[in-house]
Design a protein around this ligand. Structure first.
Ligand code: SF4
Length: 340
């Protein structure tokens, strides 16, 4: 497995005590595949990718393991992480205007990223930058090379940012809400570009998003995060067509459907849990419409384990064992299903 995350825990020390942003998360990713990490703000998406990038401050405690092509990232030396970040892992940010240096031309930023990790002359690095700017579909790569970030449109800037991320041919690409700041038509073009480039570079991609429309376009596999834990994981068809977790149902019910013009959007009631005040039992229980159907107050008292409901499809919810209990009860009644 190219990327293997096991039992990842990310904790922050604060004045209010230790807060757990990610709690026992596990997933894996092969080269050539895209894994979407989905969730609302505060679900642990950002803490997870920062842990994978080895970008965390002294107040953060990380446990568990993250292996990238066999290399352990948790606890690795700063120099190893710096090398990995440049040569093997790259990131595409939501807003290139804040991610790029405003006073440096695009070309200078891309060539610097290349020369930091490759022994090359300025001319070779410039050629590589121009090649990438052309590959990401910028109509006039040389003009873009010589421009400052603010001189380009939002879509052009995002393409330049993708060129910068790909300049060192990374094995793992992390795209953090890559289309959120763009117009809908530009979004579609950027998604198509990301999909094409992923095939061409055969990189593993982690797509961080709250947008299930983007997931449907790009992802092979999905991790739905809630309150720092995996609520559901599976391939994209499992998540969309054999949904197992009430939270995933809620996310799906809250996206607009063009095929159903009179479709009513159902927002998930309540708000995501606070790290300082996690609900007991299942973290979704204060917002879950099904919590009252589970017996023995289990949803309030016991955290549901992540269990397989089909090969490769895992759900963390007591409903499945509740359905099993009902089936067992019915099966134990001898007259069940018999007609006198
Ligand atoms: Fe809802 Fe209970 Fe399932 Fe949690 S465990 S998602 S509260 S039914």
């Amino acid at each position: 497995m190219f990327l293997q995350v096991n039992d990842l825990k990310v904790e922050f020390s604060t004045e209010d005590g230790v807060l757990t942003a990610v709690d026992g998360l596990s997933f894996s990713l092969e080269r050539g595949r895209t894994l979407a990490v989905v969730g609302e703000s505060g679900s642990g998406k950002t803490a997870t990718i920062l842990a994978i990038m080895g970008l965390h401050d002294a107040n953060t405690r990380i446990s568990g393991s993250i292996h990238l092509d066999g290399q352990q990232i948790v606890g690795a030396r700063a120099s190893t992480l710096r090398r990995l970040r440049g040569e093997r892992v790259a990131m595409i940010f939501q807003d290139p205007l804040t991610a790029m240096h405003p006073y440096h031309r695009i070309g200078a930023q891309i060539t610097e990223a290349y020369r930091t990790h490759h022994k090359s002359s300025a001319g070779q690095a410039a050629n590589r930058a121009l090649e990438l700017l052309d590959r990401v579909g910028l109509a006039d790569p040389r003009r873009c090379f010589n421009s400052y970030p603010h001189e380009l449109s939002g879509g052009m800037r995002q393409r330049a940012m993708i060129a910068m991320a790909l300049v060192c041919s990374p094995d793992l690409l992390i795209a953090d809400e890559p289309t959120t700041a763009l117009d809908v038509t530009i979004q579609a073009q950027i998604l198509e570009l990301l999909s094409d480039l992923q095939k061409e570079f055969n990189s593993a991609t982690i797509l961080v998003t709250h947008d299930l429309g983007v997931v449907a376009e790009l992802a092979d596999d999905v991790v739905v995060l809630y309150g720092g834990k995996a609520a559901e994981t599976g391939n994209v068809r499992d998540i969309f067509y054999r949904t197992g977790h009430p939270y995933t149902h809620g996310l799906l019910a809250s996206i607009p459907r063009l095929d159903q013009p009179r479709y009513r959007l159902d927002a998930i009631p309540g708000s995501p849990p606070s790290l300082t005040d996690m609900p007991s039992g299942c973290r979704f229980n204060p917002r879950c419409l099904f919590a009252s159907t589970v017996t023995d107050d289990l949803c309030n008292s016991k955290a549901p384990p992540l269990k397989a409901i089909a090969p490769g499809h895992f759900v963390s919810c007591h409903l499945d064992s509740e359905r099993q209990k009902i089936a067992d009860r019915l099966a134990a009644q001898p007259e069940h299903g018999e007609h006198s």
